[in-house]
Design a binder for this molecule. Structure first.
Ligand SMILES: [Zn+2]
Length: 258
């Protein structure tokens, strides 16, 4: 699945449709007349309403790249009055988020070897046990910058544009049990796997109920929560120390250059 997605992005970047042919294909698949407006709106990728018996559908222009199966799925969702952005359609939107941004971000160098943990090995274990080796998502130790939040730390993040997982370097220490690091990697891999779900206002929601249920299937979920609660203060201090060390290193590099 991961490989197919990547190939689609890398090699098949020409649009499959123009606006009239996409409108015709959607109307045909939905079995009813509809009016299609293409947008380059950055937050609402899909919306629709009925007007005088005609479906008015607004789609981000990324849908010009939609495979036939996605068009069929979208038409089916519209016909059933279900969640228009469900299933296949949601996955397509998530994979194509890079088309929404104006300035493409670039993939940083990936660093997986750590002092205490090899992220690549942790990732491979989780991929095997929970995802049947099906995921293909780059992972790296982050730099630990800009991630501190009031009252907590963001241990990991998933960037849907780059499809990249970053793990906070504060977790790369022997005091952190492997299962805790695993749970963070698992959480971020779930983000890649499940994607976001547009809410009624068109905003993307990631920590849905389904997400929380999947997350709780991690076998030591309760241990993870308990360990975090007990060690959060320690981790905060450790991350502040990392921060100071990084700044000191930057200052000494500056002095050497001066
Ligand atoms: Zn999350």
């Amino acid at each position: 699945m991961g490989a197919a997605r990547q190939l689609e992005i890398a090699f098949d970047d020409a649009p499959r449709w123009d606006a009239p042919s996409l409108e015709a294909a959607l109307a045909h698949a939905a079995g009813k007349p509809l009016r299609l407006v293409l947008t380059d709106n950055r937050s609402v990728l899909l919306s629709f309403r009925r007007e005088a018996g005609v479906l008015q559908l607004r789609l981000h222009q990324m849908f010009l790249h939609a495979p036939g199966a996605v068009v069929t799925a979208l038409a089916r969702n519209l016909r059933r009055r279900g969640r228009a952005a469900g299933g296949e359609v949601r996955r397509f939107m998530n994979v194509n988020l890079h088309r929404v941004r104006r300035s493409p971000r670039t993939m940083p160098p990936l660093v997986t070897a750590g002092r205490a943990y090899d992220l690549e090995a942790v990732y491979a274990d989780i991929n095997h046990v929970f995802f049947g080796d099906s995921l293909e998502v780059p992972i790296t130790w982050g730099r630990g910058v800009g991630r501190a939040r009031r009252g907590g730390l963001t241990f990991g993040s998933y960037d849907p544009v780059l499809a990249l997982i970053r793990i906070h370097p504060v977790l790369d220490r022997a005091e952190v049990p492997r299962y805790f690091l695993e749970s963070v990697v698992h959480h971020e891999m779930l983000h890649h796997h499940m994607g976001g779900v547009p809410d009624r206002a068109g905003r993307t929601v990631y920590h849905t109920r389904a997400f929380r249920e999947a997350e709780a299937r991690f076998p030591r979920h309760q241990d993870v929560l308990a360990w975090e609660k007990e060690n959060l203060a320690f981790l905060l201090r450790a991350s502040q120390a990392l921060d100071r060390a990084r700044k000191a290193e930057r200052r000494s590099r500056k002095r050497q250059r001066a």
